[in-house]
Structures are given as structure tokens and as C-alpha cells.
Design a protein around this ligand. Structure first.
Ligand SMILES: Nc1nc2c(c(=O)[nH]1)N[C@H]1C(S)=C(S)[C@@H](COP(=O)(O)OP(=O)(O)OC[C@H]3O[C@@H](n4cnc5c(=O)[nH]c(N)nc54)[C@H](O)[C@@H]3O)O[C@H]1N2
Ligand SMILES: Nc1nc2c(c(=O)[nH]1)N[C@H]1C(S)=C(S)[C@@H](COP(=O)(O)OP(=O)(O)OC[C@H]3O[C@@H](n4cnc5c(=O)[nH]c(N)nc54)[C@H](O)[C@@H]3O)O[C@H]1N2
Ligand SMILES: [Mo]
Length: 697
């Protein structure tokens, strides 16, 4: 998108770009409204010990409170007593600086981020199969060319509207779209075939599809022999997944399973994509692996117009997972426990390698340990609102309250910021330069249009300020006065220079999996983005991966046998319904931003509980009537929305609201053993009519 500023008002204009072809969703159109929103934070807030209230404070006082608090806590409890929580919406520069801040300035192993809730299962599955995790190993425009496109647990019509034009093109060219979703979503309604499984049974569906591909002869034997290893064990596993068994478990008719396998197996070009519906499960890694197995057996990855991909979600969901805000990761997608990686990054950072901390723990485990005897006593949050978005959120909220020091950098007082001891007002997207990496692995520029309002600092400047205070020496990134006609230095003085951070990120990533060494801001500008890996200034970038080999030591992709297992929590007499969660078009994530935009509030004003009319009938619930949803962990309340689009045994709610309508009050905190991804997409609940005066129960 591009921005236009007139009389101090910013408006968003769509820009012709290969990924979205000038398309922009409503959230994009309205995102400028938040720049000047009355709720915008423009001064630091510090909690007053006497009154217990957040009060405006100077930057010096707020930063000093943080530095003193962190120093004191680390002196009493050690370096790991301080933790950092980042976000997949942060620019690459910020994600990188945050990881370095944790490891070098604070010396703590405790950093993780909300991407753990988002893409970590697909990331782990991609890593173990292909040796690399890039959402799409091919340009998005390939979707338009696919003869068969299988979307598993993805609702792009609501979550990625700019992508829908590729689906339209695909179908206009005569391609077949198949959607796997327990609900007949806006996306599923466009499909040629909609499989409507019980939540949490996709793995069985995938194994059955491979079973059929084997029996009907769609497996590409030569590809399997020359480009992969490990198929024998997978063949043995899927032999037990005859279609009727998968039907009994998932409810997807055998005929539909066969039609899907056939459509994939006979297509010239076929693409399989997963998103959160398949991934946010305690078996998300194995579920994605099952679809990767299917793609490999059909010989798809690396073939033009074909392959497997994950639809990455957040603004910088891809870049956010490459530069070291993951607990086990160093920049360039390196492993923090790899001695060679540590030596390389330590040298770039100018510290001894043995001073770098080891791996921390995944997001939920980290949040759940806060304020406990062995857990961190202080937390700094940049770009997340876990009070609304974490599973079993009431518990996480109470963990956050147990902290000695909670610091939140945000431009709005999110539900999490409202609990903080110190809130730092930070810049928004239109006010800072940087880069983002999209789901294609394409590194793009984000351009500042105007300086932040007086009193606001960028995340990078905040990190630099804190480093200076804590280390007592010059900051790691030079502070510059911003230049250019619009970008006059603001009242608070100089800013950290994101381009200098990017220059260091390039060196730190050099030789890693996500190698940015050959990517400069100038090159990005000249080429409408640059695809990593791109190791050399004068060498090519990588729009397509896997044409010649995979990123494994022997160049072959790896099959992994995976077995279906039940959801972590089963329905029972007391909690007889399956509960799943997701998104609606007009709200974004924890809602901090979109709930404040009038047009979006109007489009999606309230939380709701989606119920099949038959189920509603049984419960005696009318459309629009408030219902309570209860699980073993808590409850929330929202109006019922009756819809024949959902399975009668399943209830759905969006997670964009906090307070009494918080869907995450009931979600399960079971996590995937490999990725640490929570099981947001299935738990057991009971639904009741909410008690309200004048209505008989
Ligand atoms: N409007 C809007 N757009 C967004 C966002 C937003 O908050 N609002 N967030 C962004 C982010 S961070 C992300 S990660 C993406 C997410 O993008 P998506 O993955 O498309 O979004 P979800 O709604 O979480 O889940 C997709 C679908 O999974 C289905 N589902 C639930 N359980 C299961 C299951 O067990 N199996 C299968 N196959 N499907 C299941 C749900 O019914 C839902 O329709 O969206 C991005 N875009
Ligand atoms: N039940 C259920 N829960 C879910 C999901 C689900 O499908 N179901 N999906 C999960 C997924 S995929 C995701 S990605 C998470 C998302 O949930 P969160 O991690 O809570 O993400 P956001 O709501 O985007 O929160 C971002 C916060 O940071 C602020 N912010 C935005 N940009 C910046 C920035 O550049 N700097 C700073 N300092 N602050 C910034 C915003 O104002 C907002 O308050 O939710 C997860 N939770
Ligand atoms: Mo996400």
C-alpha cells in the first residue's frame, strides 16, 4: 500500500504489487485511523505505588524505573529472572534488535514471541521435512496456476482477502479448489469440494488421502526414490488408514476423500496449503507433516506451479520467525545451541560466544512460569496482547499480575498494557522505516511517512535507550536525527537508525538458513522485494526453492511417519461439544487496534458464538440470545449466532475480544510437544443460555 498525507491526515491507497495486485482488505484501508486516534498513547505511564494507578511520567523517569527494576531483579534472582516477549508484527529490524537485547544486554535465555501461537507447527514440520521453513517456497502467483489447490484449515476470504484473487484466477482457469474446514466459511463456499471434518482430525484425513494415492497409483515413484528418504515407514503407517476408518473419525465421506486424492493425484500442477485450522493443535507438527508427506509422495515440492506451503499470518509472520526472537534461535534462522552459529553471531555482536545464553522455553511455557518460584520476575512485552490471545488466558493474566515488573511497549493501552507497571508509548507502522518479510520469503520495505507524535519513541529507540542505561555505555545502534522533508527530529530527540540495524542483521544472518547478506534496502527498492536466501550483493535471490534439492545435508526431503492421536481434551457428558476458534474479516487478532476503529466496530461489533440451528434448538437458544460457553478452565459469554454452516457437534467463536467475551478463557493450554504451539482449535465445552432477567431457563 502507499500512503497519502493531506493536512495532517493520512489515508491508505492500494498500490500495484505482485502479491496483492492493488488489493487491500478493510483493515488495511482503515489502519490510518489509529495514527491519530484519541486513545493513542503519547506519554509513558508508570504505576503509582500509593494509588496503584498508571500515571503519566517522563521518559527519563519511566526508563529509570525499568532499568532500576531489571537490575535489582537480576541481582537478586539471576539473569534469567527477566524475560522478553516479542511479536510477529514487528519489523525484521525490531525482531533482530529484540533478540540481541535479550541475549546481550539482559543476558537472559528467556525470550519468545506470539509467533509461537501462530506458525510454529508448520515451521517445525517444514524444517524437519525440507531443512528450511519458508511459508511458501514459491511466489504466491503460483496459486493462480494450480490445477488443484487444497486449503486445509484456512479461511483466506476473511483472513487474507488480497489472496482471494489468486483463488479466483485459479478457478477461472478451470482449476479445482478443495477446502477442509469444520465450517462452511466464505472460502469453503467458493470451493468445488468442501470437506467438513471434526476439528482435530486432519491428520487422519491426510493419512487416508495418501492411502488412496497409494492404492490408486498416484504416488510419484521416481521422485520418491531420487529426491526423498523415509517413505517406507510412511507407507507402512498410512496402510492402516483405509478411507472408511478416516471417515468414521472425521465424518468426511469416503467418496469425498477419494475425489480429493484423485484431484490431487491426477493434476498437472497441485498445491497443498495449511493454515491455523490444521496447525493450532497439540499434534499440529504431525498434522502438517502428514500433508507434507502427501505432497512429497505426489512429487509436488520443487515442481513448477506445485508444492506445499503454509499461509503465514501476521504482518511480519515470516521475518518475525527468522531473526532470533524465538527461544531456541539466533539470527539467520540459526539454532542457539549450535556452537558454529553461536561463534558466528557472537563475533558479529562483539561478545564472547560462551557469554550467550542457551535456549529458553516456548511462549506458553514462558508465560505460565511468570512470577512463580522458578520463573522470571520481570517481563518486557513488545507487540503482543497475551491477556486476550494466550490460551487459558485467565491463568496467564494472573501470572502477569504476579510479576514484580511488567513493562509493555504499545501505542494503545491493550488489556496487557493495562496490567503493566510501566507502559512505553511506541511508534506505529507509518511512523518508522524498516523491512518485513512476507509469506513468500520476499523482503519488503516499510516506509515512514511521518515522524511519531511528540512524546512517542520507536521500539528500536526504546531498546537502544534501555541498553545504554543498563550497560552504562554507548548504544549498540547509533542514534541519528531523522532526515527528509517529513521526518524532522521529534521533540524527544534522536532515534535509533533502522538501516544500521538492518546492516548488522545482514552480517549476523550471513551463512544461515535465512541468509539476508546480499539484501540491502536499495536492492529491495529497486526490485519490489528480494527473496531470501540471498547471500551475495551481486548474486541472485531465491523466488523458488527446491528445484534442484532440499536444504537438508543430502539434498533430499525427509518423510516422517505420523499417527493420528485424539485431541488433548475429549468431550464428555459434562462438556459434550467441540469448541474451535478463529477470526472474522473485520477484526484483527486481540482486537486492540480494530476494536477502536469505528467502521470495523460497526462491521463486527461483538463477539459471538456460532451454533448449528439443530444444536441451538436442543439447547433452547435463539439467534442473538446471550449464551455462556464453559470449559474446565473457565467461561465466556456472547450472543449466539445460528448458522447451518457449522457442524452440529462443534461450536465456534472468534478470539478478538477480551473481558467477559474472551474466547481464550475456555481454550486448552495443551501444546504440541515439538513446536510448543497451543491447541487453540479444539477443546471440550458446554453451552448454556446465559441467565438474564425475565427469561425462563
Ligand atoms: N480478518 C483477520 N485477518 C487476519 C487475522 C485476523 O485476526 N483477522 N490474523 C492474521 C493472522 S496472525 C493469522 S495467523 C491468519 C490466520 O488465518 P486462518 O488460518 O485462515 O484463520 P483462522 O480463522 O484462525 O482459522 C482458519 C479456519 O480454520 C478452521 N478450523 C478450526 N478448527 C479446525 C480444524 O481442526 N481443522 C481444520 N481443517 N480447520 C479448522 C476455522 O473454522 C477457520 O475457518 O490470519 C491473518 N489475517
Ligand atoms: N483462541 C485463539 N487464540 C489465538 C489464535 C486463535 O486462532 N484462536 N491465534 C493466535 C495467533 S495465530 C496469533 S498471531 C496471536 C495474536 O495475538 P497477539 O499476540 O496478542 O497479537 P496482536 O493482537 O496483534 O497484539 C499486538 C499488540 O501489540 C501492539 N503492537 C502492534 N504493532 C506493534 C509494534 O510494532 N510495536 C509494539 N511495541 N507494539 C505493537 C498492538 O497495539 C497490540 O496491542 O493470537 C493467538 N491466539
Ligand atoms: Mo497468527
Amino acid at each position: 500500500m502507499t500512503l497519502r498525507e493531506e493536512d495532517g491526515n493520512v489515508s491508505v491507497l492500494p498500490r500495484q504489487f505482485p502479491t496483492n495486485r492493488g488489493g487491500l482488505c478493510q483493515k488495511g484501508w482503515t489502519s490510518a485511523e489509529l495514527l491519530t486516534h484519541p486513545d493513542r498513547l503519547t506519554t509513558p505511564l508508570v504505576r503509582d505505588p500509593a494509588s496503584g494507578e498508571l500515571r503519566p511520567a517522563s521518559w527519563d523517569a519511566a526508563l529509570d524505573r525499568i532499568a532500576t527494576g531489571l537490575r535489582d531483579i537480576q541481582q537478586r534472582h539471576g539473569r534469567d529472572a527477566v524475560a522478553v516477549f516479542g511479536g510477529g508484527g514487528l519489523t525484521n529490524e525490531k525482531a533482530y534488535a529484540l533478540g540481541k537485547f535479550a541475549r546481550v544486554t539482559l543476558g537472559t535465555r528467556h525470550i519468545d514471541y506470539n509467533g509461537r501461537f501462530c506458525m510454529s507447527s508448520a515451521a517445525a514440520a517444514g524444517m524437519r521435512a525440507f531443512g528450511v521453513d519458508r511459508g511458501l517456497p514459491f511466489p504466491l502467483s503460483d496459486l493462480g496456476q494450480a490445477d488443484t489447490l487444497l486449503l486445509v484449515g484456512a479461511n483466506p476470504a476473511e483472513t487474507m482477502p488480497p489472496l482471494v484473487r489468486w483463488l479466483t484466477e485459479q478457478r477461472q482457469r478451470g482449476g479445482k479448489l478443495i477446502v477442509v474446514d469444520p465450517r462452511a466459511t466464505a472460502t469453503a463456499r467458493q470451493a468445488d469440494l468442501h470437506l467438513q471434518p471434526l476439528p482435530g482430525t486432519d491428520l487422519a484425513v491426510a493419512n487416508a488421502l495418501l492411502h488412496i494415492a497409494l492404492t490408486e497409483g498416484y504416488v510419484d515413484g521416481e521422485y520418491v526414490t531420487t529426491r526423498t528418504t523415509g517413505f517406507t515407514d510412511v507407507r507402512r503407517t498410512v496402510a492402516g488408514w483405509w478411507p472408511a476408518r478416516a471417515e468414521a473419525l472425521s465424518g468426511v465421506p469416503v467418496a469425498d476423500l477419494e475425489a480429493t486424492a484423485r484431484a490431487l493425484g491426477t493434476a498437472e500442477r497441485a498445491i497443498i496449503l495449511t493454515a491455523r485450522g490444521a496447525e493450532q493443535h497439540a499434534k499440529g507438527v504431525d498434522t502438517v507433516t502428514a500433508f507434507v508427506n502427501l505432497a512429497l509422495a505426489l512429487g509436488l515440492p520443487g515442481r513448477p506451479g506445485s508444492g506445499y506451503g503454509c499461509l503465514t499470518g501476521q504482518g511480519n509472520g515470516q521475518g518475525g520467525r527468522e531473526h532470533g526472537q524465538k527461544a531456541d534461535q539466533l539470527p539467520g534462522y540459526r539454532k542457539i545451541d549450535d556452537p558454529v552459529a553461536r561463534a558466528h553471531v557472537a563475533q558479529v555482536w562483539g561478545v564472547p560466544a560462551d557469554e550467550l545464553p542457551g535456549p529458553g522455553v516456548p511462549a506458553y511455557q514462558l508465560l505460565d512460569s511468570l512470577g512463580t518460584a522458578d520463573g522470571p520476575r520481570a517481563l518486557l512485552v513488545f507487540g503482543s496482547n497475551p491477556v486476550v490471545s494466550a490460551p487459558r488466558a485467565a491463568r496467564i493474566e494472573s501470572r502477569l499480575r504476579d510479576l514484580e515488573l511488567l513493562v509493555v511497549a504499545d501505542f494503545l493501552l491493550s488489556e496487557t498494557a493495562a496490567l503493566a507497571d510501566v507502559v512505553l508509548p511506541t511508534a506505529q507502522w507509518a511512523e518508522e522505516d524498516g523491512t518485513m518479510t512476507n509469506l513468500e520469503g520476499r523482503v519488503l520495505r516499510r516506509r515512514a511517512l511521518r515522524p511519531p507524535p511528540a512524546g512517542v519513541r520507536t521500539d528500536l529507540t526504546i531498546l537502544t535507550n534501555l541498553s545504554t542505561l543498563l550497560k552504562g555505555r554507548a548504544p549498540s545502534y547509533r542514534l541519528v536525527h531523522r532526515k527528509g522533508p517529513l521526518l524532522t527530529p521529534d521533540a524527544d530527540g534522536p532515534e535509533a537508525d533502522p538501516q544500521a540495524v538492518f546492516a548488522e542483521l545482514r552480517r549476523a544472518s550471513a551463512g544461515g538458513i535465512a541468509d539476508y547478506a546480499g539484501i540491502s534496502w536499495e536492492r529491495i527498492d529497486a526490485a519490489d522485494g528480494v527473496f531470501w536466501p540471498c547471500p551475495r550483493d551481486d548474486g541472485p535471490d531465491s523466488p523458488r526453492l527446491f528445484a534442484d534439492g532440499f536444504a537438508t545435508p543430502d539434498g533430499r526431503a525427509r518423510f516422517h511417519p505420523v499417527e493420528h492421536r485424539p485431541a488433548a481434551e475429549q468431550v464428555c457428558a459434562q462438556y459434550p461439544l467441540h469448541f474451535t476458534t478463529g477470526r472474522v474479516l473485520a477484526q484483527y487478532q486481540s482486537g486492540t487496534q480494530t476494536r477502536r476503529v469505528a467502521a470495523l466496530r460497526q462491521a463486527a461489533p461483538d463477539a459471538f458464538v456460532e451454533l448449528h440451528p439443530d444444536l441451538a434448538d436442543r439447547l433452547g437458544v435463539a439467534d442473538g440470545e446471550p449464551v455462556r460457553v464453559l470449559s474446565r478452565r473457565g467461561e465466556f459469554q456472547a450472543p449466539a449466532r445460528l448458522s447451518p454452516a457449522i457442524r452440529p457437534d462443534t461450536v465456534f467463536a472468534p478470539f478478538h475480544w477480551g473481558g467477559a467475551a474472551r474466547a481464550n478463557s475456555v481454550t486448552n493450554d495443551a501444546v504440541d510437544p515439538v513446536s510448543g504451539m497451543p491447541e487453540f482449535k479444539i477443546c471440550a465445552v458446554r453451552v448454556e443460555r446465559a441467565e438474564c432477567s425475565g427469561v425462563d431457563r
